[in-house]
Design a protein around this ligand. Structure first.
Ligand SMILES: [Ca+2]
Ligand SMILES: [Ca+2]
Length: 537
């Protein structure tokens, strides 16, 4: 078939005619902040009206821009005048009545602090001395980029509700990129339904869906000795339930803060209300650099009495963790609650690959049930499942105590009825890693413990279908330790290994330590079904 050129010209002309109004409508309304003032004296009914009526001061403050953007439907941008390059804008208030002003409530907004287009933040928001400053996001298609957030308390950006209506119920497509968060008063970004309305058993904060959240290329500097989260992603906390977070990407950030990355399906509780049936899925933690944290990456399905929560399809790849106290702490469930068992939580399909962890005390801890240091109260962490764990190609070196510790579960040291029982880790592949240290004492490269009692029972926990092959162990004592049960109260635990070679052992004081029952434990089991399975051909 052939058609004449005039016909095509006509079609093109018609297409342009049709596209022009659409293109014009898609151009974002842009408001330019040109003052470090916080005054609101202009007409904030919308971005267009603010441009016409900026108020008696003749300038547009950030607070005016936010208010106008919240009243402007459709695509919009808040940018800053080049005159504000290197300038600081005081942000926040000590009056709780102002809290709702610090929110992004209308979708399709870009907030951009790069005035010269070089991809580097130029404008600082400073919350020093102000109690209420957290920037809340309650909208979709939001980009916050190239801003410096200084001395924010709590979190600088928080995806929390700010009113009882708590709408919308779905938030999608959020990008937090290229910002600097620098505060000794708190953390950086919290994706989670919590905050000022994080109250017990609150259906208003439940049944949310968050998806397609990207936190990329930010710098976070915070307190190292007092608790603060750098980047948090928690589907539920404090008694809200049934929230679902999907496709969360935390990548290429540079963090130096107490707990750098903290992710959970359900975290924290407000007894007698708990967070149940929450989901965190398709979480990617990739290419981040974490320095000097107490905990580099903290990831669990649930803690503190929360039940039936799921974390699935989790990828932790290509991160560098330098000098953390604990590099990664990963588990299906931990931290017993005073009144309710932490049970029936699931974590599945976890890949930890290509990470470097240097000079930790404990580089990585993975547990199905409770993990050590989870001492809170005398109830139970029972019946949780961790499955499909692949720990591949990580470079772990310089640790003082342990490279990789894997637990079925650990009984807490508190007295009473607390148990850590019937937790199961099913499917664990440890291949192609380096575990190398020159620490004194007895640093273990890999330690696998079915159940460990620190005072209360750890019973009938299982670690099944384990492959340990193609790893290099140097300088350990021992390099590879497999323990059925440890200490009195650890009983009926089981470790089943399908393949345990070939591995390379060089210069370890002891290569292999295997103990079915150790330090007073009784009645545990270890099965090693095939030492050669999985060997290279
Ligand atoms: Ca003004
Ligand atoms: Ca810039």
């Amino acid at each position: 078939m052939s058609r004449s050129k005039p016909f095509w010209r006509q079609r093109l002309f018609l297409a342009v005619l049709v596209l022009l109004p659409w293109t014009a409508a898609a151009q974002p309304a842009t408001v330019v902040v040109d003052s470090t003032s916080s005054a609101i004296d202009g007409n904030t009914a919308g971005i267009a009206s603010l441009a016409i009526s900026p108020g008696y001061d003749g300038v547009i403050s950030l607070m005016e821009a936010i208010a106008a953007a919240n009243n402007t439907p459709g695509p919009k941008r808040i940018v800053f005048s080049p005159a504000l390059r290197g300038k600081t804008i005081p942000f926040g208030s000590n009056d709780i009545a102002d809290l709702l002003r610090f929110g992004l409530e209308s979708s399709d907004l870009t907030l951009d602090g790069d005035v010269d287009g070089d991809g580097v933040a130029d404008v600082t928001l400073d919350a020093s001395g102000r109690t209420f400053a957290t920037l809340r996001v309650r909208a979709s298609n939001i980009t916050i980029q190239h801003l410096v957030f200084r001395e924010f308390g709590g979190q600088a950006i928080n995806f929390a509700c700010g009113d009882v209506a708590c709408v919308p119920r779905t938030i999608a497509n959020v990008h937090i990129t290229g910002n600097v968060f620098d505060s000794q008063r708190g953390g950086a970004v919290e994706i989670g339904v919590l905050g000022i309305l994080g109250s017990a058993n609150n259906p208003l904060l439940s049944d949310f869906t968050f998806s397609d959240i990207v936190i990329d290329g930010n710098t976070v500097r915070g307190p190292l000795q007092t608790f603060a989260d750098g980047i948090g992603a928690r589907a539920c906390s404090d008694g809200v339930f049934r929230n679902r977070f999907s496709r969360v990407r935390i990548a290429n950030n540079h963090l130096s803060i107490h707990t750098a990355i903290d992710a959970s399906a359900a975290d924290e509780a407000l007894p007698p209300s708990y967070s149940d049936r929450c989901v965190l899925e398709d979480l990617v933690i990739d290419g981040n650099v974490i320095e000097d944290a107490q905990t580099g990456i903290y990831l669990d399905s649930a803690n503190l009495g929360n039940q039936n929560n799921v974390a699935q399809r989790i990828t932790i790849t290509n991160n560098r963790l330098l000098r953390p106290r604990t590099g990664m702490r990963i588990g299906a469930a931990n931290l017993p609650d005073p009144t309710r068992a932490t049970s029936f939580n699931v974590m599945s399909d976890l890949l930890v690959s290509g990470n470097e962890i240097a000079d930790a005390e404990r580089a990585v801890i993975i547990a199905a049930g409770n993990w050590p240091l989870g001492d809170v109260a005398p109830t139970a962490v029972d019946d949780n499942t961790l499955s499909g764990v692949r720990f591949i190609g990580n470079d772990i070196h310089g640790y003082r105590f342990t490279g990789l510790q894997v637990y079925g579960a650990v009984g807490a040291s508190s007295s009473g009825a607390h148990t850590s029982s019937r937790n199961r880790l099913d499917g664990l592949t440890i291949t192609g890693n380096r575990f190398e240290t020159s620490a004194g004492g007895f640093p273990a490269g890999v330690e696998i413990v079915g159940g460990q009692s620190n005072g209360t029972a750890a019973a009938s926990n299982e670690i099944l279908r384990v492959t340990i092959a193609g790893n290099v162990f140097r300088g350990n004592s021992p390099a590879l330790s497999v323990i059925g049960g440890r200490r009195p109260g650890a009983t009926g635990n089981r470790v089943s290994i399908e393949a345990m070679s070939p591995n390379t052992f060089e210069g370890n004081a002891q290569d292999l330590f295997v103990a079915v029952d150790t330090e007073g434990a009784v009645g545990n089991r270890i099965e090693i079904t095939s030492k050669r399975r999985g060997a290279a051909h």
